[in-house]
Design a protein around this ligand. Structure first.
Ligand SMILES: [Zn+2]
Length: 340
């Protein structure tokens, strides 16, 4: 089959890879309907995370089950399924508490390489959620968004305790930040302030329910949030970038007693203990337990109540994955969908 491989920073190639096979009796193999490039794929692509030789890429996937192992009970060939970036058993104590991305048997999907024609999914019964029927093609981008960016933005909003009566700030205007806006809206937030200086992203944020746009960042951004919230700061702040500046912006934009939901993968973030101590902010986040939210998100998408697939503003054949990476790296595209 064909699949994307990262050879060195900036060097993505789609080439022949071995066809995935059932290796464990709990595995499934799916034929991908669509996959995509993640903001987090850009960290190794930019060389900020080390690249050690050719590595398969991609961890966002939807598709049709081709084959299942002998111990798979609930997932069947022919089903259309959505999974997330960690495989999980969905039965251990951590999974049952809703933290499937810390499952005691978790397996990271990235190294299996979802930017490909086929994908092996471990722990298929726990990891995959089937749609009620094979969806029409126009729903595929939204279901693919549920695989990571929607589930991650949703977790950010839940971790920030977005809800009725709350003012929610979203730091970051990538796909996750934009979908955190959508999530905050669905969760009933009263006011949603998106921090973005890019016009197409501001428009999408507004379409997803943002009530205010703040273009300033850093200290100036914090000052603007304080101005908009009677000097107090927001009840809920979603951090969807992962840098020192964005994390401090999120904490400083939160009112005492408020909540920060941080879902941007942290790179070089160091928190000053004393400032944290006096901030009275709750911090909750980490790799999103997307699996917790998948059944609800799939319902909302299949009932056409939400349209998270709009974050894909570039669609390419898998063979042109390199162009998808370049477009996202240069911020010409919010998110690139790849059709195998
Ligand atoms: Zn588990």
């Amino acid at each position: 089959m064909r699949g994307a491989m990262l050879h060195a920073p900036g060097d993505i190639r789609v080439e022949q890879r071995a066809d995935p096979k059932i290796e464990q009796p709990t595995d499934a193999v799916i034929r991908l309907a669509a996959t995509c490039v993640c903001g987090s794929d850009l960290w190794p692509y930019r060389g900020i995370e080390p690249v050690t030789g050719p590595a398969p890429m991609g961890h966002e996937y939807v598709g049709i089950v081709e084959e299942v192992g002998s111990e798979v009970r609930s997932i069947r060939p022919g089903q259309f399924v959505v999974g997330s970036f960690f495989a999980s058993d969905n039965t251990c104590e951590i999974c049952r508490a809703g933290y499937q991305s810390s499952c005691i048997h978790r397996e990271l999907m990235g190294p299996l390489g979802a930017q490909a024609e086929y994908l092996r999914v471990p722990l298929a019964d726990g990891t995959l959620v089937a749609t009620p029927e094979v969806p029409s093609d126009d729903l595929v981008p939204s279901l693919l968004a549920a695989s990571d960016v929607l589930g991650t933005g949703w977790f950010g909003a839940v971790a920030a305790e977005a809800g009725p009566g709350k003012t929610v700030v979203v730091v970051g205007d990538g796909a996750v930040g934009l979908l955190a806006v959508l999530a905050a809206k669905q969760l009933g937030a009263e006011r949603i302030i998106a921090m973005s200086r890019h016009e197409p992203r501001q428009k999408l944020a507004i379409a997803y329910g943002a009530t205010d746009i703040v273009t300033e960042r850093g200290d100036a951004g914090v000052a603007r949030i304080k101005e908009l919230t009677g000097g107090l700061g927001a009840h809920s702040v979603v951090e969807a970038v992962g840098t020192q500046e964005s994390m401090m912006q999120a904490i400083r934009a939160t009112r005492p007693g408020g909540h920060v939901g941080y879902v941007g993968v942290a790179h070089g973030v160091t928190l000053p203990g004393e400032e944290l101590f006096f901030s009275h902010a709750h911090l909750h986040g980490g790799p999103a337990p997307v699996r917790r939210f998948l059944p609800e998100l799939i319902d909302l998408i299949c009932n056409r109540e939400i349209d998270p697939g709009k974050v894909f503003d570039l669609e390419l054949p898998l063979d042109q994955a390199a162009e998808g990476y370049r477009a996202m790296d240069e911020r010409r595209a919010i998110k690139a969908l790849l059709r195998p």
